[in-house]
Design a protein around this ligand. Structure first.
Ligand SMILES: Nc1nc2c(ncn2[C@@H]2O[C@H](COP(=O)(O)OP(=O)(O)O)[C@@H](O)[C@H]2O)c(=O)[nH]1
Ligand SMILES: [Mg+2]
Length: 456
């Protein structure tokens, strides 16, 4: 396709609900085509409505059969439907999708239904990103309900189901420890449990298993509904749709639905930033030759993965970490005298404050982006008092770190002599820890965590 005109036409086609335009648009986003970006920008203002229903569960549970039956119900009510089958294990020619296609044939000629399967493609952002974009396109096309079928294995799929407006988990009796096996990740996000194939033995024990699992939850939310269905006989599907609609109304009224949608947008932002940064990284600093050289140094144990990442990030022109000098601490016998001296030098000194845990009184003065801290002991037992018995002047250097626990843990593995192995409360409500002067060329080092925004 070519240029802005082509994109405009395609966007118009999508918004009009044109089936061929939608199919082409979804292919573009799935392939990571350069035109996809402009297309998404054009339709984005018109997306955001249309209920996204995630349908997940093990292969063969009857998800496609349920989607088919729900679609029939929705169409009877005059509602338009989009169906996205996410199946990374099975490309287009795969058996499962083929089966779905045949089953869905009844809807295939209905202009109120659009059916599409997605498979993993190699481009950055992966399946979850491509699925989000397909949902945006389907919403922009005016589909009122969008059913997303996934088998719920792998992080991508958990992400997809987790960001649906409503999530259905489909289970069937007689599969043994299925509830146990699904527990990780998927069970927590279920809004509705469907016990499908309720024509089979073992329904009661599966229901008991689900109830037992739900009774362990400490959530304040109302517990998920459990609905029994026999998809092939179209039994229970009306109740299932009622449960979905009821949930929709309730979460819309409570604001929970808006919250989920905000969360989905936030994840899209994070994913897009990650994708952009990684694209930049692979182009600039992780080009094939560069990667090999760095990995060779890692193989030789010359550099560790984190230091290598710091190098790469620095080459991208970004600060590797936000470490910087927060302040220099100066021990003084009299704070009042020290304030006078520094103000005479032309540095206004801020308010005096007591730090009872350290038995000191302190005041800060700004020097550009950094600061000096003047420290006067308030008791003979304070560290500052003992320091002043031997000398005066520079007492410590304080460095700001992102993650104090991680910094301490790393220093510990390097055998650094720490005064504090566990952080303690310091001035200005921040957590701090000291490194022994023996480990830092004779200077007492204070590490401070940036737990609140730096002062202006
Ligand atoms: N006995 C019985 N079979 C069902 C039921 N629902 C679906 N099936 C069958 O189970 C098989 C798998 O169904 P399908 O919808 O493809 O499952 P999916 O892999 O979860 O999408 C098919 O042969 C269906 O006909 C049901 O409620 N009862
Ligand atoms: Mg299926």
């Amino acid at each position: 396709m070519g240029g802005a005109q082509g994109i405009d036409d395609l966007a118009r086609g999508v918004r009009a609900g044109d089936e061929r335009a939608l199919a082409r648009a979804i292919s573009l986003v799935e392939d990571g085509h350069p035109d996809a970006r402009g297309l998404l920008a054009a339709v984005f203002p018109h997306a955001g409505t249309g209920l996204v229903v995630g349908v997940t569960g093990p292969p063969g549970a009857g998800k496609s059969s349920l989607v088919d039956r729900l679609t029939a119900r929705l169409r009877e009510q005059g509602r338009t439907v989009g169906i996205v089958a996410v199946d990374p294990t099975s490309p287009f020619s795969g058996g499962a999708i083929l089966g779905d296609r045949i089953r869905m044939q009844a809807h295939a000629t209905d202009p109120g239904v659009f059916i599409r399967s997605m498979a993993t493609r190699g481009h950055l952002g992966g399946l979850a990103a491509a699925t989000d974009q397909a949902l945006t396109l389907l919403q922009a096309s005016g589909k009122e309900v969008i059913l997303v079928e996934t088998v719920g294995v792998g992080q991508d799929e958990v992400d997809i189901v987790g960001s649906a407006d409503v999530s259905i988990v489909v289970l069937v009796p007689g599969l043994g420890d299925e509830v146990q096996a699904l527990k990780a990740g998927i069970m927590e996000i279920a809004d509705v449990f469907v016990v499908n194939k309720a024509d089979r033995d073992g329904v009661e024990s599966l229901l008991a298993e689900i109830e037992a699992m739900l009774s362990l939850s400490d959530s304040d939310e109302p517990p998920p509904r459990i609905v029994r269905t026999v998809a092939v006989e179209d039994r229970g599907t009306t109740e299932l749709l009622e449960a979905l609609d009821e949930l929709h109304r309730r979460t819309e009224a409570s604001g929970a639905l808006a919250g989920r949608r905000r969360h989905r947008l936030q994840r899209q932002l994070e994913r897009a930033v990650r994708e952009r940064l990684m694209g930049h990284a692979f182009q600039r600093v992780l080009a094939p030759g560069e990667v090999e050289k760095t990995v060779a140094r890692m193989v030789d144990r010359v550099i560790d993965p984190y230091a290598a990442a710091d190098e790469a990030v620095e080459k991208m022109g970004l600060p590797a970490t936000s470490r910087r000098i927060d302040h220099l601490g100066i021990a003084v016998a009299s704070l009042a005298e020290a304030v006078k001296s520094w103000e005479a030098l032309g540095f206004p000194v801020g308010e005096t404050h007591d730090v009872p845990t350290e038995k000191v009184r302190a005041a800060f003065l700004a020097v550009g982006e950094s600061r000096l801290e003047l420290l006067e002991p308030t008791a003979p037992s304070s560290a500052i008092a003992r320091f002043l018995e031997k000398r005066s002047g520079l007492h410590h250097v304080c460095i700001l770190v992102d993650d104090l626990d991680a910094t301490l843990a790393e220093m510990k593995t390097r055998g650094v002599e720490l005064v504090d192995e566990v952080p303690r409360p310091g001035a200005e409500g921040c957590r701090v820890a000291f490194v022994h002067p023996r480990a830092a060329t004779g200077v007492l080092l204070e590490l401070k965590e940036k737990t609140k925004p730096p002062e202006p």
